[in-house]
Design a protein around this ligand. Sequence first.
Ligand SMILES: C[S@@+](CC[C@H](N)C(=O)[O-])C[C@H]1O[C@@H](n2cnc3c(N)ncnc32)[C@H](O)[C@@H]1O
Length: 254
Amino acid sequence: MSMPDITPQLRLAVLTLFPEMFSAITDWGVTGRAFGSGLCQLHLQDPREEASDRHGTVDDRPYGGGPGMVMQAPILAAALAKARAAIGGDAKVVAMSPQGKPLDATLVRSLAGEGALVVIAGRYEGIDERFMTRHVDLEVSVGDYVVSGGELPAMILIDTLIRWLPGALGHEASAAEDSFSEGLLDCPHYTRPEIYEGLAVPSVLLTGHHGEIAGWRRAQALRRTLDRRPDLLTIDGLTDADQALLDKWDLLQE
Ligand SMILES: C[S@@+](CC[C@H](N)C(=O)[O-])C[C@H]1O[C@@H](n2cnc3c(N)ncnc32)[C@H](O)[C@@H]1O
């Protein structure tokens, strides 16, 4: 896609057999604006361009037999070289894989600071292990389940990376207030109407008292995290100030 004349904060390339799928992030919403404004650059590299036969073959049967096909190392290596040429040779190479490091907020923040990334989207049974050994710096998983290809996981990675780029969300919103950024789930949100099916907006949110509202929101975030994701937090691990906030808003006990 054509880029305005500003230096992108994040240069991305994706190796994918289905480049058209990425319009889901290039054409819409927060990510679409980041690409459109030049905050972030995306180069899509189709490994099929490297195929030497007229069918565009990029995969072959697995040595040792078994189901499925495996993406070939030389094909991917040639595509990677083109991707590096497009966004810069210093780029870190990340392969999307169910066997990779689980994607979480800590990993996102560290990758957002990389400056340049090549993301590999696998297909079929996966990628020849020798390509992984020679060329891949990090494998990243979006969860303990298998999807049919690396494109959706790659788009999840790219979307969440963009949220951390200064300016991507605009001044009215901040990734630092999202769930997980401070080790907590987000607080609940409300908008008009003030009463919906007999349910009223919590009265503190109507007071205009910013300190009280911030305290209530933090107490809600703490309670939610304790209830829904106890792996992130324990009541004993809370500061006295947070325990006092829960007490104040009557959220200390379940
Ligand atoms: C059908 S999967 C291959 C799964 C592989 N045979 C395995 O069991 O580890 C094809 C591609 O989808 C992507 N993929 C599937 N599940 C994923 C996940 N949970 N996280 C990241 N990528 C995933 C990877 O790029 C993978 O190469």
